[in-house]
Design a protein around this ligand. Structure first.
Ligand SMILES: [Zn+2]
Length: 426
């Protein structure tokens, strides 16, 4: 067992942030040997219960749950910041050429190492990640995540049409590969598999049908894809699937809407789409830096809440412009504020932070595991330095309440704030 004395941020069951100015976090193995939070609360109230346990003194720092990124593409680490005129040219000119290199084990392993280093530098401890259409890309990511002890989910991209040579896969073989990867990796250590059709326009009906059959056969495996990101893409999906009620409806028709199904973007939805998400338990990965960068549109938080649809935050690197959860939370705030195309609102700092930690974990079906620092949660956390820059030090020292402190970090924070990232107590 080990204990840390610091300020502590965690979340109540009602999603509200809880802050302990002089806190104690005690971590140690549970009955199954997993490293978990054993106790958390005020230092003075808890310290006598743990005589003999080593306490690291981190006063002046803030311990918070590790961030959970609901949608990111590790093979697009080198695509971040690519200049392109919107989603479809961006895919054709940058993304597909980069992804075509991931048939090579060594290239995939090198990018995976850099990617996980970058996640750690930014305090991200769990991610739901796209690989590429090559099984080698999946194996490389899982091997590296396993070595680091991460709770991590990825899957082989399915794309058997409207894709160039080098990334396009074969319908039948893609489904055989997917099932073999599920059997090899899903549930091993802290790893999970996601059935990963890239998006409806790049999969044939036969491939989507096969993906849906696997999703029914393996109900605790995740599903991840994209939907309703950009209007050109929405029109294309409608041409390709004229019988579907909507773009989202395509996924429903093939059995790809259920709990643990995570759809990036979900911008150009109508009320029936949002109701379908809520009814099926599928959730949205809101990717605001990506949506602003590619000019795709604004996620409608108020409409999602009114429909009872689940969602959390995501970077969507490389369409997204930053690995930093602080940048993503700030962009989500700006997208929420936008009030010309939808209802504008102000997401509170605590809500933004919840959506990138405990809320994202809940949307993924991992609540109680990661994303929070309540007793029994897995011991993935970050140590934050609220004085990481001169301006942050000045702003945070003037904060008179928790909202002001958290918002200063959201608006001014980046990787410099992340002093340490702890995975499974290590
Ligand atoms: Zn994406």
């Amino acid at each position: 067992m080990k204990a840390y004395r610091a300020s502590l941020l965690r979340f109540a069951d009602d999603q509200s942030p809880l802050f302990e100015a002089d806190g104690l976090l005690v971590v140690g193995p549970d009955a199954a040997g997993r490293s978990v939070v054993r106790a958390v609360g005020s230092h003075d109230a808890l310290i006598d219960r743990f005589p003999g346990v080593a306490v690291e003194d981190l006063r002046g720092k803030i311990i918070a749950p590790g961030f959970v990124d609901m949608h990111i593409h590790y093979p697009q680490t080198d695509v971040i910041g690519a200049p392109a005129a919107g989603l479809l040219p961006w895919l054709e000119n940058y993304t597909f050429p980069h992804e075509s290199r991931f048939h090579d084990d060594e290239h995939a392993a090198e990018v995976a190492r850099f990617f996980f280093d970058e996640l750690a530098r930014h305090g991200v401890t769990t991610a739901l990640t796209f690989a590429t259409s090559h099984p080698a890309s999946v194996n490389a990511a899982f091997e590296e995540a396993q070595r680091r002890g991460l709770r991590f989910i990825t899957g082989k991209v399915l794309q058997d049409r409207h894709s160039p040579d080098g990334v396009r896969d074969d319908t039948e073989q893609s489904l055989i590969d997917t099932e073999a990867l599920i059997q090899r990796w899903h549930g091993v250590d802290r790893l999970g598999y996601a059935i990963t059709p890239r998006f409806a326009p790049t999969s044939s009906p036969a491939q989507l049908r096969g993906a849906g059959e696997l999703a029914a056969k393996y109900p605790d495996v995740w599903i991840q894809s994209h939907v309703a990101e950009n209007l050109d893409e929405v029109r294309w999906a409608a041409e390709l699937f004229p019988a579907a009620r909507s773009y989202l409806g395509v996924y429903g028709d093939f059995g790809l809407l259920r709990e643990r199904a995570v759809y990036a973007h979900c911008i150009h939805f109508d009320a029936a789409d949002r109701a379908l998400m809520a009814q099926t338990g599928a959730v949205a990965a809101v990717s605001p830096t990506s949506n602003l960068f590619l000019g795709s549109g604004f996620f409608d938080f108020a409409a999602a809440d009114a429909a009872g649809m689940g969602y959390g935050l995501a970077s969507d690197v490389g369409g997204g412009t930053s690995f930093s959860p602080f940048h993503t939370m700030l962009a989500a705030y700006c997208v929420g504020r936008e009030g010309q195309s939808k209802t504008g609102l102000s997401l509170t700092p605590g809500r933004l932070w919840w959506l990138h930690t405990a809320g994202a974990a809940k949307a993924l079906g991992l609540d109680g595991g990661v994303g929070n620092l309540q007793p029994g949660n897995e011991a993935d956390f970050v140590v934050l330095d609220p004085q990481a820059t001169p301006l942050l030090a000045r702003k945070t020292s003037q904060a008179s309440n928790l909202d002001e402190l958290l918002f200063a970090l959201i608006v001014l924070g980046d990787d410099r704030v992340i002093e340490r990232t702890v995975i499974a107590g290590q």
